[in-house]
Design a protein around this ligand. Structure first.
Ligand code: ZN
Length: 669
């Protein structure tokens, strides 16, 4: 239950819920900052920042400073040579005297951008090392042109790192049967084998503890005098200069805390950074999850452990944010009416919850992205990760709406809709309503869908086994799809047009039947649960609606398109499938669940797949996107005191990276 690292679908549209501030912002904002390799870099606005109180702004400011202060930690965690490599590449880039149009320099610049985006020499998603397209002789000449003091001492290793594809080839290796530590290039372990680490933790873990700490979370494991030891990330320990700077800024931030609860959250984080004790992290996490009243919120620390092949040590990251009051009102209205939705759902009353409580998900505005959340960032956060804390104290689930909105804005004019949506009227409807219906779909899915329904007494919650998560996502999606077309949403003031849902229905089926296939390699099946769920729903309604042509795939000019002829009937079909999947879950009918998944969710039609990949390749849509941050500048009075903070959005990608390296690099000094 962690970050849901979703790649936002391409080709979306404008917001109905735009605040006036955002509308003003978007007129002057040029979203696309840079495009190179497989990456597009965007900027994001921070609507509502100006409306925060002066103290809230100062709180945000010091928290953003605490966020930027940790940048070097992540680079070093990703690979032990990354910081040296970054300094060298940046020095060459700024020192370069030749033509900036030459092929070698262009290739060098592309490589630098890839390294900056990857927070090191490996791709953030594929985990593969980047391939330089400049010559070794060009590189040697640039190194020799540097002033002596900025030439690295171990140039031989750095050259091997850049030019030898077999050296530290994979950031994180997950291939079964190999020593995952020895074959991963991350710096979370040093000189120890996988077996030694596993034995070490097996010996210290207390398996009877009902409230276990997150072992290894803030530790690097290495050997001293032949014995396996942990090095702790803390003040006085590993990464101390960066952590000291984080803590200095947290100590400034705490002066502007909005209330007592928030003050204790920040103070407990300072304590944890000071001691490095994992018990202190749990104490902090409990205080953090309990602070639901503060407008400003943040995460800062070692949180997600995707990049540890053993899933223990976490990467450093930070996101600072404040609550989006308008959009959070939306999720409150939905949760507040949870019982009405449950009681009117198309499922058998035996499988409905008699008393349902919706989950209130908060919608937030990100103010800064840092560490492992930058430049590539999640669009939602659901924390903390410790299962026992979630069970006893709950969790916070948030959506970063200014980030999703920036994705959508930047997708305008990328050619996606023109290629895949032939009906001009539908394209206009999507322009007007896709963003708001996407958000409502997510809200209904998260706040109601997963929380709805019940198991019959005695049914094993794990009865659906390997198909459980696909069917659970399908249940939540169907709940959302069914209600998106309900007049209740208009009555509640959440939509202003009875046809708005059609934009979402069209995009959902287009994605489920066709366009999501662009993320699948030729010859492969659909594996991921969310993708399987979308395919299951879409293929099922296509088949069930075939006789009366509710939905069809049509061919025009040699291309395949989705055509929806009967929206009200399509809604009924969603309701029928929801009823069936809820029955399967409530009764624990494994066979029926398996048959649905196997028949509709997995197998890819190779010809349609090839067509989709081909049509995509003609659009220049980057597979991966990320962001530059806004720039926050303190305004001081004559006495030097900060009286206000301004925000600006004019910094480009490489200038931002060079500034961060200059001003926020406590580990490279
Ligand atoms: Zn879900």
């Amino acid at each position: 239950m962690t970050f849901f690292k979703t790649i936002a679908a391409a080709g979306l549209a404008i917001a109905l819920s735009s605040t006036a501030a955002f509308a003003k912002q978007q007129q002057k904002m040029n979203y696309v900052v840079d495009r190179f390799a497989d990456i597009e870099v965007l900027r994001y606005p921070v609507p509502g920042f100006e409306e925060l109180t002066p103290d809230q702004k100062k709180l945000v400011y010091y928290l953003t400073e605490a966020a930027l202060a940790g940048r070097d930690i992540l680079w070093d965690q990703n690979n032990r040579y990354n910081l040296q490599l970054r300094s060298l590449l940046e020095n060459i880039y700024t020192n370069y005297k030749g033509s900036r149009e030459s092929a070698d320099f262009k290739a060098f610049e592309k490589y630098l951008k890839q390294v900056e985006f990857g927070n090191g020499i490996h791709h953030h998603y594929s985990m593969d090392k980047f391939t330089p397209e400049f010559s070794e002789s060009f590189f040697d000449a640039q190194v020799n042109a540097l002033p002596k003091k900025s030439r690295p001492t171990d140039i031989k290793t750095l050259k091997k790192l850049i030019f030898d594809p077999s050296f530290m080839a994979k950031k994180v290796n997950q291939a079964e049967g190999e020593d995952l530590i020895a074959t991963s290039a991350t710096n979370l372990y040093e000189g120890v084998s996988q077996k030694e680490v596993e034995d070490f933790y097996a010996a210290i873990k207390d398996t009877t503890d009902l409230t276990p700490v997150s072992y290894g979370l803030n530790r690097r494991v290495t050997k001293k005098n032949g014995k396996v030891i942990e090095q702790t990330y803390r003040i006085g320990g590993l990464y101390s200069p960066a952590i000291e700077r984080i803590v200095r800024n947290l100590s400034e931030a705490v002066r502007y805390a909005e209330n007592e609860k928030q003050r204790s959250v920040i103070n407990s984080l300072i304590k944890y950074y000071t001691t490095g004790e994992l018990k202190d992290f749990d104490d902090y996490s409990i205080l953090w999850v309990d602070d639901t009243d503060s407008r400003v919120d943040f995460i800062n620390g070692f949180i997600e452990s995707y990049d540890d092949p053993l899933g223990m040590t976490a990467n450093w990251e930070s996101i600072v944010n404040f609550k989006n009051l308008d959009a959070s009102h939306r999720t409150e209205v939905i949760s507040g009416n949870a019982q009405w939705f449950e009681s009117n759902s198309p499922v058998d009353p035996r499988f409905r919850k008699e008393k349902v409580k919706g989950v209130t998900a908060k919608v937030i505005t990100a103010a800064i992205l840092a560490g492992d959340a930058y430049p590539s960032t999640p669009i939602g956060i659901n924390l903390p990760n410790a299962n026992w804390i979630r069970a006893a104290h709950g969790s916070k689930s948030v959506t970063l709406e200014n980030i999703t909105q920036a994705y959508d804005e930047a997708s305008h004019g990328n050619g996606f809709n023109e290629e895949f949506v032939p009906d001009e009227k539908m394209r206009a409807l999507m322009d007007d309503y896709l963003f708001i219906t996407d958000n409502l779909h997510t809200d209904l899915h998260e706040c109601l869908g997963h929380a709805s329904g019940r198991l019959l007494p005695g049914v094993d919650p794990d009865a659906l086994k390997a198909h459980g998560s696909t069917l659970e996502e399908a249940r939540a999606d169907l709940f959302a799809l069914y209600y998106l077309a309900d007049p209740k949403l208009i009555e509640l003031g959440l939509l202003d047009n009875p046809d708005a849902y059609k934009a979402q229905y069209y995009k959902y089926l287009l994605n489920g039947l066709m366009t999501q296939l662009m993320r699948i390699e030729p010859g492969k099946n659909v594996e991921e649960a969310h993708m399987r769920n979308r395919k299951l729903i879409s293929e099922w309604v296509l088949e069930k609606g075939a006789n009366d042509k509710t939905v069809e795939l049509v061919r025009e000019n040699g291309k395949t398109y989705v055509r929806i002829n009967d929206y009200p009937r399509l809604r009924e079909l969603f309701g029928e499938l929801l009823a069936e999947i809820q029955r399967i879950k409530s009764e624990g009918d494994y066979e029926a669940g398996r048959d649905l998944v196997e028949k509709y969710a997995v197998k890819v039609d190779p010809e349609l797949h090839k067509e989709v990949l081909d049509r995509y390749s003609h659009l220049s849509i980057a597979p991966y996107r990320g962001f530059v941050n806004p720039v926050y500048t303190p305004v001081r009075n004559d006495a030097g005191e900060i009286i206000d903070i301004t925000v600006s959005y004019d910094e480009d990608f490489i200038p931002q990276m060079l500034r961060y390296s200059r001003d926020y690099s406590p580990l490279t000094r």
